[in-house]
Design a protein around this ligand. Sequence first.
Ligand SMILES: [Fe+2]
Ligand SMILES: [Fe+2]
Length: 362
Amino acid sequence: MLDMSPANMALVLVVLNKNRPRTELALMLSRVYRVEALIDFDDAWLAMDREVPAIVLTDLETADVYGANHIVHKHKHEKLCNVPFVIMGNEPAGNCTPQFEANGDFYLQRPVSSSDLLNCLNTNMNRAIEKRWENLPPLQSTALRETVQQFQAISRAIETGEPLDMAENRKSCESLLETVTSKQYRSILDNIQGHHNYTYVHSVRVATFLSVFGDAIGIKGDDLMTLTTGGLLHDVGKMATPPDILNKNGKLNEQEWGVMINHVTHSKTVLKRTPEITRGITIIAQQHHEKLDGSGYPLGLKGAQLNDLARMSTIVDIFGALTDERSYKPAMEPERAFEILEEMGAKLDQPLVRVFRDILSS
Ligand SMILES: [Fe+2]
Ligand SMILES: [Fe+2]
């Protein structure tokens, strides 16, 4: 059975010498991350000795950048030198940005809005994670680098209303598929957890599981590529879903749920702009929330209206979501996820659930 035990949630160290901003920022960030708030770098280095944080948030004054300059201290530590620091300050960004960016850190000029700060922390934590992928064997490293670049390109295409670049998309899917057909995909699943672009992580995991499923039951060539591409693109519409709904810890209210399920319609709009999108890819994107008993969405299709492609993608999408690590929950153990799939009874194609379970257990 795959080892997908929960990794720790990202730890953000907030090191600020002023009480009120420290408390307010720690409270705001604790909705999304595990946060430790400290008054100075004497305490911060002790904390970093206990556990290496994903990122450090500080300011020019607390880090004493023009005096003792505590930030240079991290470069003396093998474990800490790749931890990005985000440094806030009142000085113009033009004066400060170059010196910090040269060391892999980031400067934010005050005033800083909550959304800018969250974006900045996510982007810098992701950069640090993506840098670690460079140490993986070339096959896995290439697949991760190409798929993350592909998601950045998809995000730009959605913003500008342009079609997706399917030649580039095919390249990244071929790399991912190669890790599957050569049975070297497990480190993709391990190393991608922890990246903070949830839709990217979920999509690569669904693409990998769908490819593993297809490869094991004898699907080949263009049909196998359809599974990989469909998995990678199945939730593109979620890139237009507001992050506070996408990352909400708890049940969505009726209005939020309406916005959430609309991602299927958004996906349809995005994919329709791209002529090379095949019928198989469309089925995966449009039908992965449909259920055999008609209780799914958006159309409430049932039974024979759902072919194997739709049935497989529904199973894999639910399994992927349960075993994804999120900011508010650890990854569920695969055994428990399969119990839930079985408890769903007639909603899913249970013989296919058993086949998928046997494949991942072998
Ligand atoms: Fe979805
Ligand atoms: Fe999904």
